[in-house]
Design a protein around this ligand. Structure first.
Ligand code: ADP
Ligand code: MG
Length: 283
């Protein structure tokens, strides 16, 4: 079917890969934009000092704009800093500004430095319910290309990890380090975290290389890897310079259609089963 499913509870994804330029931000904003176009409500948390996700969603994020930095290190609640995308009122964004670039170091000396984002997000979701604001269906946290405290905060706040993998040489290099770190997070901070989704990005479909990388990823991660592969597309790379996702910029382009299909696929897969026990102790 061509329809999107609405999840029974908010699904929170961290989009992570410690390599830069593999399509993390592009994936976060385009999946989010495609879902909101289909009527879902989606929050993007820009957790990268570069602020590329904020830019691509048309969100104001000049230095001094209330942002992820103020949520992690200041007194701001998420409700105070969240903005609505000018393109879609169901698309929300916690912007990132350049102020976040010092956060990796500033976080080192503060209390509960690994779980600040988790607590802020939890409070925000509770706040929305209390205020009668609509439920958020999906949250995507866009991470910087590192495994530092910003990414640790994102892993602590999420139930699912979405790993974009570029269909290039060395695609799998560094992946074992990423998976090892996720294991550490599971052991110490967030036992519920799972790598639920892998997306092959920037595929040059005409090349054998892209096919080989895709086959290798599918061999290792049969269940996690989406059937949809994102092609390399000039329209995808042009969109951010117009402050837009490609879903907005050129909805009928091959890149926009692929991201829409990937978003639909995600929405139709079951979220992680919550292993919380009910009040009478039965599972
Ligand atoms: P990351 O967030 O992992 O650093 P980005 O999403 O910013 O990666 O992508 C890196 C660069 O590649 C950006 O300039 C982006 O516009 C471009 N890009 C991403 N996906 C594609 C694609 N499928 N086709 C063409 N260019 C892409
Ligand atoms: Mg990025």
């Amino acid at each position: 079917g061509s329809t999107f499913e609405t999840p029974s509870q908010t699904r929170v994804f961290t989009v992570a890969n410690q390599k830069g330029g593999v399509g993390k931000t592009t994936t976060a904003v385009n999946i989010a934009a495609a879902m909101t176009r289909a009527g879902l409500t989606v929050l993007v948390i820009d957790n990268d000092p570069q602020g590329n996700a904020s830019t691509a969603l048309g969100i104001e994020h000049g230095s001094g704009t209330p942002s992820t930095y103020d949520v992690l290190l200041g007194d701001s609640s998420m409700a105070e800093v969240v903005q609505t995308s000018p393109y879609n009122d169901k698309l929300l964004c916690v912007p990132s500004t350049i102020d976040l670039s010092g956060a990796e170091i500033e976080l080192v000396t503060v209390d509960s430095r690994e779980t600040r984002l988790r607590e802020a997000l939890r409070s925000y979701l509770v706040h929305r319910t209390a205020e009668g604001l609509g439920r958020i269906d999906y949250v995507f946290i866009d991470c910087p290309p590192s495994l530092g405290l910003l990414t640790v905060n994102a892993f602590s706040a999420a139930a699912e990890v979405l790993i974009p993998i570029q269909c290039e040489y060395y695609a799998l290099e560094g992946l074992s380090q990423l998976l090892k770190n996720i294991e550490l997070i599971r052991a110490h901070l967030n036992p519920a975290l799972t790598v639920s989704t892998i997306l092959l990005t920037m595929s040059d479909v005409r090349t054998n290389l892209a096919r080989e990388v895709a086959a290798e990823v599918r061999e290792h991660f049969a269940e996690q890897t989406l059937r949809t592969v994102i092609p390399r597309s000039v329209r995808i790379s042009e969109a951010p310079s117009y402050g837009q996702s490609v879903i907005q910029y050129d909805p009928s382009s091959s890149g926009a259609l692929a991201y829409a299909e990937a978003a639909r696929e995600i929405s139709r897969r079951p979220g992680p089963t919550t292993s919380t026990t009910s009040e009478d102790g039965t599972a």
